[in-house]
Design a protein around this ligand. Structure first.
Ligand code: ATP
Ligand code: MG
Length: 386
């Protein structure tokens, strides 16, 4: 049985932006018999390693747009901050999942939070401000996190505020002319995320929630499944699925949440795409989040993913990559640990940049966390541990 909108194997799928997420999508698509056209302004974008058709040019380049549109049967995105005007233009003639509706929400924290609040979903306390002098109207106590409403990722465009001096003494904040949200810092028990996929018929599948540990605002380690009782796991999944149903756009999404100490769940944010905290689904599940991105885009069936093993994912950030790729470190890691290394093929290193990740699969989360910590020690230059 073929659906009218199904995209057949052999067709070319378009990926807007070509980082590691676009790369994993491309690998899944190639394996399933599709070709992939990756469009990214950077000629060395990692996903282009897998592209049958690489497109290099700014996202407002009409020439590139026309050539790209000509060959793709469906388009997906690597992250939410690609220009929505481009997605809206593509939507006129090509299948695009996720579409501009979910990108509009995910590109602007104020729109996303007001959508969630107006649909009754639980959020962190927050106030939207257009200018920094509106800060005096914030009705809750310190500490706060101030976040720019748009273009935030990996903790960029965020300030941790303990008192008013942190605002008056911060020239970047004082000079900021962009809308922002002020959030109360949540004293959470753990951070969790859940990856959900929805097809054109509104059928939804979800992965077990992942427990996420951040360092300096950047994801460092994800533990799957999250070490929380089944009842809370179910609530995380239900919440994630009902958010995606209420947005109503087919695609793969990740919903980040805080579990408060009293057991309440609060939504942090929604990513309308596969997520870093779901990279382990390549190794630890019957179907990865990337294959599901391909399935949703092409109209192929979704099935509930089966967990094959417990897993821990360790991000390789910035110059940790140099340490990892040093021969003695890599030998030590691969000989002493059950590590599977993913290197994204980025041509330059910046502090905190996601350069790769390492997955540990097994049957005991305690043991896998211990292995990930040993691996981190080795990347930190502590070669005697192991
Ligand atoms: N209100 C909050 N209370 C406590 N911690 C927070 C809060 N908001 C953000 N954080 C911490 O900062 C991290 C990054 O915040 P957020 O997810 O909003 O930003 P981001 O830049 O979009 O990050 P990413 O790209 O990693 O998703 C969160 O995962 C969490 O660890
Ligand atoms: Mg986040």
């Amino acid at each position: 049985m073929t659906k009218p909108s199904q995209i057949s194997a052999g067709s070319t799928l378009g990926m807007i932006a070509g980082g590691q997420i676009g790369g994993f999508f491309s690998e899944a698509a190639l394996r399933m018999g599709y070709k992939v056209a990756v469009w990214d302004p950077d000629i060395n974008a990692p996903a282009k390693r897998f592209a049958s058709e690489p497109f290099t040019g700014e996202f407002d380049d009409k020439r590139v747009f026309n050539a790209f549109k000509e060959i793709v049967s469906g388009v997906s995105v690597e992250w939410e901050n690609v220009p929505n005007s481009l997605i809206k233009e593509l939507e006129k003639t090509v299948i695009v999942k996720p579409g501009s509706k979910s990108l509009t929400l995910a590109q602007d924290r104020i729109k996303e939070k007001s959508f969630l609040a107006s649909n009754g979903f639980p959020l962190t306390e927050y106030v939207a401000i257009q200018r920094i002098d509106e800060i005096n109207g914030v009705p809750f106590d310190f500490p706060w996190i101030i976040k720019t409403a748009t273009l935030g990722y990996d903790g960029h465009g965020q300030w941790y505020i303990k008192n008013m001096t942190d605002i008056t003494g911060n020239s970047a904040l004082q000079d900021s002319k962009v809308p922002m949200v002020v959030e109360k810092v949540v004293d959470y028990q753990i951070e969790v995320s859940v990856v959900v996929a929805m097809d054109d018929d509104g059928e939804v599948i979800a992965y077990p929630p992942t427990e996420n540990l951040h360092k300096g605002g950047i994801l460092k380690m994800s533990i799957s499944p999250a070490r929380i009782p089944d009842e809370i796991q179910s609530r995380v999944i239900e919440l994630g699925c009902s958010i995606i149903r209420s947005i109503g756009d087919p695609g793969v999404f990740c919903i980040e949440m805080f579990l408060e100490k009293n057991g309440n769940l609060l939504i942090n944010e929604i990513a309308p795409r596969p997520h870093n905290s779901g990279h382990h689904t390549i190794d630890a599940f019957s179907v990865s989040q990337y294959e599901n991105q391909v399935r949703v885009l092409t109209g192929l069936p979704l099935r509930e993913p089966i967990m094959l093993c417990e897993s821990v994912l360790l991000n390789v950030l910035g110059h940790e990559y140099d340490a990892l790729m040093n021969n003695s470190a890599i030998n030590q890691i691969l000989s002493s640990l059950n590590a599977k290394i993913y290197s994204y093929g980025k041509t330059s290193i910046r502090p905190g940049r996601k350069m790769g990740h390492i997955v540990f699969c097994g049957t005991s989360l305690d043991e896998l966390i211990r292995q990930a910590e040993s691996c981190q020690d080795i990347m930190d230059g502590n070669l005697s541990s192991g």
